[in-house]
Ligand binder design. Structure first.
Ligand code: ADP
Ligand code: MG
Ligand code: MG
Length: 877
């Protein structure tokens, strides 16, 4: 089985296409060898070896160690060096390398092969004892921490102690004897922590290092990262064993990281950092401040020119921006890694557009590469890039966009003040799922603790809220209600600005600027529009929202919720008097006052959407939503009684309480709402239809072109729609006798029964709009409002559910009902127009399903329109 089932490959045997087997790093290095880029020699242990080991609870497949030794042997032959030898020693790195890049999540060991014998040989051979001993102390430090579990700070503390004893600041100022002393100390430290010291045989160290890299696949942080990025736990990591090249050999050596373009802006310019006389980790670890790449031209001119040339070759070869690691060993350049560079949304668009213009890729490739959800970053108000303010502190840029508001220290206060209309920023040490209501009400979230995948970050991203996480300098005193950074103390209520795009935090309010639709954005989305079949509309309830939606590319409104128009402060009393009316006449009076208000709203919307369809949903929520809360009203009456109040004040309060009681339901979501309400009180529906019709006529008078679609919610029985349609059509005909404005009547499909009897319902409908929020609740039997903060999160974490079905459509259940609804609906009404207007309309994974089912359009919130346009293009490519 050795022949057909190898677990180790030489780097020279691999290609980019072998990435699933060799991991991203191994395949990338192999591909560089293939195209003649200078890379150190070595071999790769496959991801399969890791998977088999994990499945066997940590036991290696039988032949693995032999295969590794055979490849090590061959490497020793090729290089003319031996691991751990006193003369011409071979030193290697042992590097993790997952299939999907997980930057920094897993482990790497450098300088393996150095020992009491080989350090002498290396010193002699190089004529540079300092370098040899620097490798030794580095090795003990990394190996001790990564493989034997010695806490990293135990070594760092010793280095700091020595430096302060010697009165020096830089690692590079440590002398040979300092480094020799550190090697001794490190061994003692390791002995103290492990109880048995470190193994001294390099082959045994290699075996343990490979095992450690395998195990690093399963560390909590790696798991969390995978969860946050939808990477499967089953993939495993490859292990790359590569000959060391040395950036720490002296002033003719260096190490660095560079991108072929600027990953923040996408600009085609020099971007990178390097350090002279240093090794790999030093650049990112921030031990010394690296120099900008441009400086390298003066320090190491030949290597610099070769690097630029290689960067260009790699970018051309992959046709995408690359993120590169390099080392210069005594003047000679080596590449150690190349991968697709992670980039901001702005950079993604610019790079895509530039690469198409440069003829490196075609538009389809460009479109496929852009992550639709990432566009969200560009659609939030942000700070003026030129603001020039000094940040108070920094954390992780966990969720993009900027938030300005009063500091609050707990979720209840955030919810209370936020719901009262105040802008607040929730500041917590870290957040828990219990804080969700506070997060919802806040402009943004700031935490002192937790990373990019912390609860705060994940939740904030999910809601498109700015979040800065893990701002470690923040001192939060929840008792005193203060936050302190250095000398600055902010009390609850003081204003802060957080920039989730950069991770910066400012005291006071910085000015926000609206998101900019750049040329890159428009150009790339125009390609998407050419490519997609699915239409994209927006959910919008006001003129400004409709205008914004159109600007962002919406091809109409798929859902206009008319009841939102009832909520405005000056309208609510009129709405209440409509609800409380004792007689049809009284109700009629209230409705007459509401009619012009609604008409004005519709005129604005039709104006913004002239020439495009506008779907207007008749009143949907239960009436008691417009009345005071039952408990609050009871308490109010009680108070009046206790205070001995009598007369009209008490009478009115009691009367209102009686109404609230009469209208309140145990389960309003399944109660008197939607078409049920409109059939009980047809005069409400009639008023709404009149308002729509008059608005349409008015804007047509002004030369505009309204397209009206009237939508009836919560239909479960075809008879409901038949009757309601009659009400709508009769009223419409009274207002628009000549049929002069195009209008259609359709229904929402948001109950399982409606999907199942869609053929009968379609007899009375011109269109269906799947209301997948309610359809999900009623199909999966989970209340969205109650579940998101409780068991649903636990279900997703535990893997009972793959995803939150309210965010991404439950394809097997809800998706199947949509499929049935479309098929049955079209069976009786071949020209039936179909769309989706739930939250899922802006979710890329759901959009793929809707496209496959053959819906005509999706409708989502205005700011998700670009995301939907791109996602719809990607499924069509
Ligand atoms: P990570 O995935 O965390 O970047 P890497 O395996 O890429 O880990 O290695 C960490 C650092 O060590 C990188 O800077 C890399 O360039 C450097 N490095 C890895 N292998 C070698 C080697 N054989 N010679 C010199 N430097 C190396
Ligand atoms: Mg790396
Ligand atoms: Mg609904």
């Amino acid at each position: 089985t050795h022949e057909d089932h190898r677990l180790v490959y030489d780097l020279s045997e691999g290609t980019a296409a072998m990435r699933p087997l060799l991991g991203g790093k191994g395949a990338g290095v192999a591909e560089m060898i293939r195209i003649g880029v200078p890379v150190p020699d070595g071999f790769t242990v496959t991801t399969e070896a890791c998977v088999v080991t994990m499945e066997a609870g940590g036991t290696w497949p039988e032949q693995l160690w032999d295969e590794i030794l055979a490849h090590l042997d061959a490497l020793e032959q090729r290089t003319g060096r031996r691991l751990g030898a006193a003369e011409r020693p071979l030193l290697v790195s042992v590097r993790s390398g997952a299939v999907m890049s997980m930057p920094g999540m897993m482990d790497t060991i450098l300088n393996l092969g150095i020992s009491d014998e080989s350090v002498v040989g290396l010193a002699e051979e190089s004529g540079n004892p300092r370098f040899a001993w620097d490798c030794y102390r580095r090795f003990l430090q990394m190996y001790g921490e990564v493989v034997e579990g010695v806490p990293g700070h135990a070594f760092e503390d010793e280095i700091s102690a020595l430096k302060s004893r010697r009165g020096i600041e830089l690692d590079t100022d440590l002398t040979v004897s300092d480094l020799q002393e550190l090697v001794e100390t490190f061994r003692t430290v390791a002995l103290r922590h492990t109880g048995q010291g470190l193994p001294t045989d390099p082959r045994e160290q290699l075996r343990r290092s490979v095992q450690a890299v395998f195990s690093s696949w399963d560390t909590p942080r790696a798991r969390v990262y995978r969860r946050a990025h939808d990477i499967s736990d089953d993939l495993g990591t490859a292990v790359n064993v590569m000959q060391m090249v040395f950036g720490n050999r002296g002033d003719g050596s260096a190490t660095g990281v560079c991108f072929t373009r600027n990953p923040s802006t996408g600009a085609k310019e020099l971007y990178g950092e390097f350090l002279v006389n240093a090794q790999g980790e030093d650049v990112v670890a921030g031990i010394r401040t690296p120099l900008p790449l441009a400086e390298m031209e003066h320090v190491l001119p030949d290597a610099y020119r070769e690097l630029l040339d290689t960067m260009h070759r790699l970018e051309q070869h992959y046709g995408d921006m690359q993120d590169i690691e390099f080392t210069v060993d005594d003047g000679t350049l080596y590449l150690l890694q190349t991968r697709t560079g992670k980039r901001t949304a702005a950079a993604a668009l610019k790079v895509a557009r530039d690469l198409v213009a440069e003829d490196v890729i075609d538009t389809a490739t460009a479109l496929r590469r852009i992550e639709p959800a990432q566009l969200d970053q560009l659609l939030h108000p942000g700070l003026d890039p030129e603001h020039g303010q000094e940040p108070l502190t920094r954390g992780l840029n966990a969720s993009p966009g900027a938030g300005v508001g009063a500091v609050v220290f707990d979720a209840d206060t955030a919810a209370e003040r936020g719901e009262a209309g105040e802008s607040v920023v929730l500041v917590r040490w870290e957040t828990t799922p219990d804080d969700i209501h506070g997060v919802i009400a806040a402009q943004g979230v700031l935490t002192a603790h937790g990373g990019m995948t912390s609860h705060a970050a994940v939740v904030a991203r999910g809601m498109g809220k700015p979040c800065v996480a893990g701002a470690g300098d923040l001192q939060i005193d929840v008792e005193a209600r203060t936050l302190t950074v250095g000398d600055t103390v902010l009390a609850e209520g003081d204003t802060v600005t957080i920039d989730g795009t950069t991770g910066e935090v400012y005291a006071g309010a910085l000015t926000l600027v609206p998101p900019q639709i750049t040329d890159d954005f428009s150009a790339v989305l125009a390609w998407a529009d050419d490519a997609r079949r699915l239409g994209v509309r927006a959910n919008a309830d006001t003129g400004p929202d409709a205008a914004k939606a159109r600007e962002l590319g919406a091809e109409g409104i798929g859902l206009c919720r008319t009841e939102h128009m009832f909520m405005a402060a000056e309208r609510l009393p009129v709405v209440q008097s409509m609800i409380l009316a004792e007689t049809p006449e009284d109700r009629g009076h209230a409705l007459e006052r509401l009619l012009p208000m609604q008409q004005a709203d519709f005129e604005e919307i039709f104006t913004a959407m002239s020439g495009l369809p506008v779907t207007i949903r008749l009143i949907d929520p239960p009436l008691h939503e417009f009345l005071p809360d039952l408990v609050e009203q009871s308490v109010h009456v009680q108070r009046l009684e206790d205070a001995g109040t009598t007369g009209p004040e008490l009478d009115d309060a009691r009367e209102l309480l009686a109404h609230v009681k009469r209208l309140s339901e145990m389960n309003p979501m399944l109660g008197t709402r939607g078409v049920r309400l409109a059939l009980l009180y047809p005069e409400i529906a009639r008023m709404q239809v009149r308002a729509v019709a008059r608005a349409a006529l008015a804007v047509r008078e002004r030369g505009l072109d309204p397209h009206v679609e009237i939508m009836v919610p919560l239909v479960g029985f075809d008879e409901e729609l038949r009757r309601m349609r009659e009400v709508v059509e009769t009223t419409w005909a009274e207002e628009v006798p000549d049929g002069g404005v195009p209008h259609t009547v359709g229904t929402m499909i948001e109950l399982p029964r409606a999907a199942l009897v869609a053929d009968a319902i379609a007899e009375h409908a011109d269109f269906f709009s799947f209301g997948t929020n309610d359809l999900t609740q009623t199909t999966v039997g989970i209340s969205r409002d109650d579940a998101e903060g409780s068991f649903l999160g636990a279900y997703v974490d535990a893997g009972i559910l793959a995803a939150n079905p309210f965010a991404s459509i439950d394809a097997d259940g809800v998706g199947e009902l949509v499929r049935i609804g479309v098929r049955k609906g079209r069976s009786t009404e071949p020209g039936l127009k179909t769309g989706v207007c739930g939250e899922h309309g802006g979710d890329p994974a759901s959009i793929a399903l809707f496209d496959e089912i053959g819906l005509d359009y999706v409708s989502c919130s205005p700011y998700r329109v670009p995301i939907a346009r791109l996602a719809a293009a990607q499924v069509a490519l």
